[in-house]
Ligand binder design. Structure first.
Ligand code: NAD
Ligand code: ZN
Length: 377
């Protein structure tokens, strides 16, 4: 439960329950902590105290509403973080990340479990989770689901999100791709670029343990605390720049000295990617960041190098990932043994150890790359 900036507790709350005929109730066995939870955890959002997080969820169905006809009690399911109705204008176009029905606020789109500004829904870092429009929002898993939870739970968010970054960047076989950020999302983008056939994947960060994970799947690690990352990418690409790039850091990008420059990764991408190249930005930027240390950034505005971006004729795709667009195919790559996203998991912990897990992950303490909480195991 969120108690205020950098404070979470574990408390008993009323059980989630079926509220509508289309709901499914899931006993959550795996719920990840995500970099996106940190925006709320650090107090950068208006997330209400007394609510709880958890948008990367997997578990077993324990009850279904009377209007549910595909999903059955006992099914193992993974739940896209986007809650979506399946039949609004956006969902019909696969834009489940911007569902108009699940988001109750007028002039807003997009909903998620346990998330600021994304509807009133409970989080999955709890024993039970109500899944609205259950037939649409549950992705059924096979018989190996219980044993391979740490692979399949990545389908709730970061594997499809990393893939979405490479889709927006248009990564094609043979491409040379640069990724800023070797957090869980950046590492999933690196894995996705490899799956799509990139000939060279370059990953920029400053945490040696995370960079080693990038190397473990064949990427080239670039430590921006030691070298100029733009020059390093140019050196790797015969001076031309990468064919495309992914931004997997977001507005919390900071210099090694701790100074915040939210624009840094975007400008470095513009400089690292070749003329006419595409950039996929999944790192989160926000309309308002009261915690930022300059006036422009407080209003969510960046000193973005638009002139160079225009001059190079580049493209950017942005926003939350439409998880449902990709999760079935990515699930089948896991089933076939062609993708093992669990290589990033550093800790599997019971729910009552969430407070220490948040603290370590928030500080990016050495070795704390991805935490899977097991509420009901
Ligand atoms: P994370 O914070 O653990 O990882 C971010 C990484 O970026 C860290 O390893 C950090 O050292 C590195 N970094 C910081 N400044 C950098 C810089 N200037 N250059 C290169 N690397 C830098 O978080 P995560 O879980 O990997 O998430 C990353 C971002 O993706 C967050 O903003 C998160 O909210 C966002 N996200 C977006 C979606 C989506 O649907 N678009 C989904 C999930 C997460
Ligand atoms: Zn997430």
């Amino acid at each position: 439960m969120y108690e205020g900036p950098r404070q979470v507790s574990v408390k008993d709350v009323p059980d989630a329950r079926i509220e509508r005929p289309t709901d499914v109730l899931v006993r959550i066995t795996s719920a990840n902590i995500c970099g996106s939870d940190l925006h709320m955890y650090e107090g950068r959002t208006d997330f209400e105290r007394g609510r709880w997080f958890g948008h990367e969820n997997l578990g077993q169905v324990v009850e279904v509403g009377g209007g549910v006809d595909k999903i059955r009690v006992g099914d193992w399911v993974v739940l896209p973080f986007n809650i979506s109705c399946g039949h609004c204008k956006n969902c019909e176009r696969q834009l489940t990340n911007y569902c108009l029905t699940a988001q109750p606020e007028p002039n807003m789109a997009g909903a998620a479990y346990g998330f600021a500004d994304m509807g009133p829904y409970g989080g999955g870092q709890a024993e039970l989770l109500r899944v609205p429009w259950g037939d649409f929002n549950c992705l059924r898993l096979g018989e190996d689901a219980e044993q391979r939870q740490t692979d399949y739970v990545m389908l709730a968010d970061i594997f499809p999100t990393g893939y979405h970054a490479t889709e927006m960047a248009g990564v094609q076989p043979g491409d040379q791709t640069v990724i800023y950020g070797a957090g869980p999302v950046g590492l999933m983008a690196a894995l996705s670029a490899t799956i799509r056939g990139a000939s060279k994947v370059m990953v920029v960060d400053r945490h040696p343990d995370r960079l080693r994970l990038a190397e473990s799947i064949g990427a080239i690690a670039i430590d921006d605390s030691k070298v100029d990352p733009v020059q390093a990418v140019l050196d790797e690409t015969m001076g031309l720049g990468a064919d495309n790039g992914c931004e997997c850091v977001g507005y919390q990008a900071h210099e090694p000295n701790g100074e915040e420059h939210a624009n840094l990764t975007m400008n470095r991408l513009v400089a690292s990617v070749r003329f006419t190249g595409k950039i996929g930005n999944v790192g989160v930027f926000v309309p308002q960041d009261p915690g930022a240390n300059d006036e422009l950034a407080k209003q969510g505005k960046l000193a973005f190098d638009y002139g160079m971006f225009w001059f190079k004729g580049q493209h950017i795709g942005s926003g939350q990932a439409p998880v449902k667009k990709y999760n079935r195919q990515l699930r089948d790559l896991i089933v076939a043994g062609k993708a093992e996203p669990s290589f990033i998991v550093s800790h599997e912990l019971p729910l009552d150890r969430a407070p220490e897990a948040y603290e370590h992950f928030d500080k990016r303490d050495k070795g704390w790359t991805k935490v899977v909480l097991h509420p009901a195991m």
